[in-house]
Every structure is written in C-alpha cells, then in structure tokens.
Design a protein around this ligand. Structure first.
Ligand SMILES: [Zn+2]
Length: 97
C-alpha cells in the first residue's frame, strides 16, 4: 500500500511548509553556456558569485545543465546587485586589509 500512497505525495510536506512564504517568487536568472550555446534559466541556488578586490576578479559561475560545463563569467556592478538581491550565494575573495 505504501507504493500507491507515495506516488502522488512526493514533496507535498515541503511545499506546505513554504506555503506561507509564497509572496516571494523564486528568482530565476537567465544564463547561456559558451560551450554548448544552450540558453536556460537558473535558480539562485544554482549560481555562485565570487567578489574579488576589483571588477576584474569579480565573477559568477554555474554548471551548465545542458552539457555540464563549468561556466564562469565576469560580473559587473549591476550583475552583482542582481545576484546578491536574488539570494545567490556570495563568496568574498578579498579581505579588507
Ligand atoms: Zn553547456
């Protein structure tokens, strides 16, 4: 019996737990892969932002869902703002000396 009961219930309890937070829509970021030229949308959790001492060492990275390539792209000020505002995990590469 557990077999038929489980099929439609997957993830329901998690969805219910977040039902009260529905006002915040999941942010999706559009990205493209230079390797396979795929275009797709990524959730904030799929992206990583690394902030260096200068804009030349500030970039964001993700793994292409199409071909699995590790993609790294420079992030300008505006991109940094968008990503951090969207809840992307941020890594600070420089320490303030
Ligand atoms: Zn790709």
């Amino acid at each position: 019996m557990s077999d038929s009961a489980a099929s439609g219930v997957r993830g329901i309890s998690v969805a219910a737990a977040f039902a009260g937070m529905r006002s915040v829509a999941p942010v999706m970021f559009r990205a493209g892969c230079p390797d396979c030229r795929g275009r797709f949308e990524l959730a904030a959790s799929a992206l990583r932002l690394a902030i260096g001492a200068s804009s030349r060492t500030t970039f964001y990275s993700f793994t292409c869902p199409e071909c699995g390539a590790a993609v790294r792209k420079p992030a300008g000020e505006r991109v940094v703002e968008l990503l951090t505002g969207g809840g992307v995990r941020t890594l600070r590469l420089h320490s303030t000396l």
